[in-house]
Design a protein around this ligand. Structure first.
Ligand code: CAA
Length: 260
């Protein structure tokens, strides 16, 4: 596949999508979004891909958000289009039936943080800086930031971050529950790789069902969510991979899961 604004690589069950516009701090233009969506379509079709890593090129940014320069003279209709486009991107990662790791290697601002929050897990380099900074240009988050941030950190902190537009460092983001872990800059890429490989070795159907249950279950009543979990448990229990896991346990060896 030929791309201009992203780098798309696959190896050992891990697909890596690198936003590749470092001269604009990997800001999301329409073209970047379209290319990422194409890569996600490929991930869906490729059974060998078990985990996705989304990251930014260069050392400075994961992504500085939506392309501000393209907003000059933007009217309400265009803004709605931009919001829909970003929403589509976020939902593509959220609904993808494979784990997605956002590897935050620098700034994750505005839409950049919103896309990262739509991923399943976030690993930050110690020099990462995050924020819903839209208010500073007279805007609000438009790719789910008012909603996904609130679900991660609660109403009070979400209001503080969205109202002030301030940036926080990686450690603060970890304390707030925005990122899962913070890694020293010199060990960042290797740690992300090892983490992704670890997930790639897990049972794919179990991962897929767990993702759907956690995503859907947190939006509905506990009673309904537990009913969904029961059914999901049944589906996962019917896989060959469960039998492989049980045999491997008894034989004291590492299981080799096939996603069947
Ligand atoms: N869109 C377009 N270009 C951007 C950009 C963005 N979001 N962020 C940075 N750039 C460009 C800069 O314009 C600059 O390009 P030029 O060299 O052509 O001028 C280049 O990237 C490097 O940036 P800076 O010179 O500004 O780098 P810095 O180190 O001085 O500052 C920064 C870094 C603090 C991240 C600063 O670039 C910044 O504040 N960027 C904007 C961040 C932001 O507000 N993001 C939210 C966007 S709105 C949004 O995302 C809406 C939504 O919810 C969907």
């Amino acid at each position: 596949m030929e791309f201009k604004f992203i780098i798309y690589e696959k190896s050992e069950g891990v697909a890596t999508i690198t936003l590749n516009r470092p001269e604009a701090l990997n800001a999301f233009s329409k073209e970047v979004i379209e290319e990422v969506l194409q890569a996600v379509e490929d991930v869906k079709k490729d059974e060998n891909v078990r985990v996705v890593v989304l990251t930014g090129a260069g050392e400075k940014a994961f992504s500085a958000g939506a392309d501000i320069k393209a907003m000059k003279g933007m009217n309400a209709l265009k803004a709605r289009e931009l919001s829909l486009m970003g929403e589509k991107l976020c939902v593509a990662f959220e609904n993808l039936e494979k784990p997605v790791i956002a590897a935050i290697n620098g700034y994750a601002l505005g839409g950049g943080l919103e896309v990262a929050m739509a991923c399943d897990l976030r690993i930050a380099s110690e020099n990462a800086r995050m924020g819903q900074t839209e208010i500073n240009i007279g805007l609000i988050p438009g790719w789910g930031g008012t909603q996904r941030l609130t679900r991660l950190v609660g109403v009070g902190k979400a209001k503080e971050l969205v109202y002030t537009g301030k940036m926080i460092d990686a450690k603060t983001a970890e304390q707030l529950g925005i990122v899962n872990m913070v890694v020293p800059a010199d060990k960042f890429r290797e740690t992300v790789r090892q983490f992704a490989l670890e997930l790639a070795s897990k049972a794919p159907v179990a991962l897929k069902v767990a993702k759907a249950l956690i995503n859907k279950g947190s939006e509905i009543s506990l009673d309904a969510a537990l009913a969904l979990e029961r059914e999901g448990f049944g589906v996962v229990a019917s896989t060959e991979d469960l039998q492989e896991g049980v045999s491997a346990f008894a034989e004291k060896r590492k299981p080799a899961f096939k996603g069947k």
